[in-house]
Design a protein around this ligand. Structure first.
Ligand code: ADP
Length: 472
């Protein structure tokens, strides 16, 4: 029997992306189909979504939604059904999806994503064009008010709900004065509900009222229940421990396929990468970074630890953008150090070149819900050197003495997340690089490590099916 699921997200590849959430929302419909789970997707009709909808068939008229007319349009997401929430006053505007021209949140973000959540709840309660989901899969704070609206519609006994946390740093806070404007009930505005220190918290609403909660790796799930990582929501998550699970993200293996069968084929790509980045020939390992340049990613620590890499005859190629201070610091160091090459910007082709030609990919994050680049590294035999946190801890088998002896290591891990521990890990990595047999074995292990969607899709499938309240 097929299980019907409505996936509700504020971004989704290939239409609109700012982060890993978009990759997950885009991959799940196809990945879940073999599990007997039929996923339809609800997205806001931003301009980029509208322009991908030929004909713009209207499936339903939703009437007034927070100050303007709203409709559901029919679209196609790689052969799967897409519903676009067409509410021009909320979504049809130029610029970035969450931020205005000054880089500030759009002031009406609370209304915009309350509208998305309310539309989801209405589809859950009433269906659309003869299709009614049995489960709502709600991604991040932008969809997390849906369980509250479902209660208001009296449908929480019929429709199951799962909230997935992609990054707890974003919680969707709104002033208490907006309660009525967002059509939220007074009974929920209390510390055991969706109140967070006097404000409305959309994410907390989901964590309190959804049937189940998931996040994108088992270790991040454990971390989120602690003060160091939970960002104020650790208590809520602890109270829901029995309903809370971590499921790793996968990568799209058809897009991320190495152009070689074995890592021996890397040599030519390494030369091409050095040429592209203007690095001289060298005997030591060529390390790469593809990342947002932010505090979260620990790239300030890497700047401090780099002398350890150069001392081993190693090199580093960096592609990234983000904090202006970090960009400046990397540029300045590259000017003084011939074995460091830095490109500031966002460039998918160059990202692929780095992953293909590098020997090792560095991910020294302070926190990392799942992380994708270490998965690319595994698949391409570009051994990941990562911090022991979140999804990085769950995906890399570190080259400690036992793992090397047993021939199972796939990369390097360091802890605590400090410049010194990172420098030590870099030195260890360079030592193993000089032992070609061990290094080649690690590359083989890495390249055969499963990083695609099948295993995770099975876990999501079981979770979603367990949420069905009304069998077909
Ligand atoms: P996060 O979502 O926190 O940024 P992830 O590792 O989950 O981190 O995903 C980052 C994604 O963005 C990866 O697909 C990575 O290749 C890509 N990426 C990050 N920075 C760049 C860049 N400067 N150019 C190209 N791709 C990038």
């Amino acid at each position: 029997m097929t299980t019907r699921v409505l996936s509700v997200a504020s971004e989704c590849v290939p239409l609109v992306k700012t982060g890993g959430l978009a990759d997950v929302a885009g991959a799940l419909p196809a990945a879940l189909a073999p599990q007997g789970v039929e996923v339809h997707t609800l997205l806001p009709a931003y301009p980029a979504v509208l322009s991908a909808l030929p004909g713009r068939t209207v499936l339903a008229d939703l009437g007034d939604l927070f100050g303007g007319p709203a409709r559901l349009l029919k679209g196609d997401l790689g052969g799967h059904m897409l519903y676009a929430l067409d509410a021009p006053h909320l979504f049809d505007r130029p610029g970035r999806i969450y931020l205005d021209d000054n880089g500030q949140d759009w002031p009406d973000n609370p209304q915009r994503f309350a509208a998305l959540s309310l539309a989801a709840a209405r589809i859950g309660a009433e269906g659309v064009a003869g299709w009614r989901p049995q489960v709502l899969h709600l991604h991040d704070w932008q969809a997390a008010l849906a369980p509250v609206y479902l209660r208001l519609l009296g449908a929480e006994g019929r429709v199951g709900t799962l909230v997935t946390i992609h990054n707890i740093a974003f919680q969707g806070l709104a002033p208490a004065a907006m309660l009525d404007q967002l059509a939220l009930p007074r009974w929920g505005f209390q510390p055991d509900g969706f109140e967070f220190y006097g404000k409305i918290s959309a994410l907390k609403a989901g964590l309190v009222y959804a049937d189940r909660i998931s996040t994108v790796s088992p270790t991040y799930a454990e971390e989120l229940m602690t003060m160091d990582f939970g960002m104020g929501l650790e208590g809520v998550l602890r109270s829901r421990k029995a309903d809370f699970i971590g499921i790793l993200n996968g990568i799209d293996e058809s897009v991320w396929t190495p152009p070689y069968k074995t890592a021996k084929g890397k040599a030519a790509h390494k030369t091409a990468l050095r040429d592209r980045m203007g690095l001289p020939a060298a005997d030591g390992p060529l390390a790469v970074v593809v990342s947002r340049l932010t505090q979260q990613k620990g790239l300030d620590l890497l700047l401090e630890a780099l002398p350890a890499l150069f001392a081993q005859g190693g090199q580093l190629a960096v592609l990234g953008s983000g904090d202006p201070e970090l960009e400046t610091a990397y540029r300045a160091m590259a000017e003084a150090e011939p074995n460091l090459a830095v490109e500031i910007g966002y460039d998918e082709d160059l990202a692929r070149m780095l992953v293909t030609g590098g020997d090792t990919i560095l991910v020294p994050s302070r926190f990392e819900p799942c992380g994708l680049t270490q998965l690319y590294g595994l698949r391409f035999g570009t051994l990941p050197l990562v911090a022991l946190t979140g999804g990085l801890a769950d995906t890399v088998i570190p080259a400690n003495a036992a793992a090397v002896m047993a021939g199972v290591a796939t990369g390097f891990q360091f802890h605590p997340v400090t410049a010194q521990a990172l420098a030590d890990a870099i030195t260890h990595m360079a030592e193993l690089y000089r032992q070609p047999k061990i290094w080649a074995r690690m590359q083989r292990n890495a390249m055969s490590h499963p990083v695609g969607w099948p295993a995770s899709a099975e876990a999501y499938g079981a979770l979603l099916k367990g949420l069905v309240k009304e069998p077909a």
